[in-house]
Design a protein around this ligand. Structure first.
Ligand SMILES: [Zn+2]
Length: 178
């Protein structure tokens, strides 16, 4: 599957799920998403995502949930001392996480389609997590068990992960079980 075509297919759904009011912005960001995935122009896409977030919606519930889960201060808020703004709000991290979500979706979906073509040899899948301290406990727990590719778990599990920065992905497993 061509990466460009796959990005064009996936990006609108990913973006509009979080920003349904921003179809115009989606259309502007789409070619940059394609360049990020197909040509490695990730910085350009991250900056464009940060720009969109800074100009447009102040709320991004998925990012709010990320900050509150990890107990992080909101970098989007300007720093104020003695009633004066000493530093503008910073949308860089939010932009990076939005861009990252798109590239993860493409990677994930490429894998899923490839694995679906190989289920005769590898009928069991396992969720793979990167143990960098940012994986969520239920994803880590789920990663301990290999499941048949027809297991309802794979329908119920949102991939890319519903939670920002959790880089869980499907991988193939040699056999079923732990
Ligand atoms: Zn996860």
């Amino acid at each position: 599957m061509d990466e460009r075509a796959l990005t064009e297919e996936l990006f609108p759904n990913i973006f509009l799920a979080d920003f349904p009011q921003h179809r115009d912005a989606m259309a502007k960001l789409l070619p940059l998403a394609v360049r990020a995935v197909a040509d490695g122009k990730m910085r350009e896409f991250e900056r464009a995502c940060a720009g969109f977030l800074a100009d447009g919606p102040m709320r991004w519930p998925r990012y709010d949930a990320h900050l509150s889960y990890w107990g992080e201060a909101d970098p989007r808020l300007p720093e104020i001392e003695d009633g004066e703004v000493v530093a503008d709000g910073d949308f860089r991290e939010a932009g990076e996480l939005l861009a990252h979500r798109v590239t993860m979706a493409v990677l994930q979906e490429r894998r899923r389609r490839q694995y679906l073509a190989e289920t005769d040899a590898f009928p069991f899948w396992r969720l793979r997590v990167i143990e960098d301290g940012r994986a969520y406990p239920d994803c880590v727990e789920a990663s301990k068990t290999a499941r048949h590719f027809t297991d309802p778990y794979w329908q119920s599990k949102a991939l890319p992960c519903a939670r920002l920065f959790c880089r869980c992905l499907i991988s193939r497993a040699e056999r079923e079980g732990a």
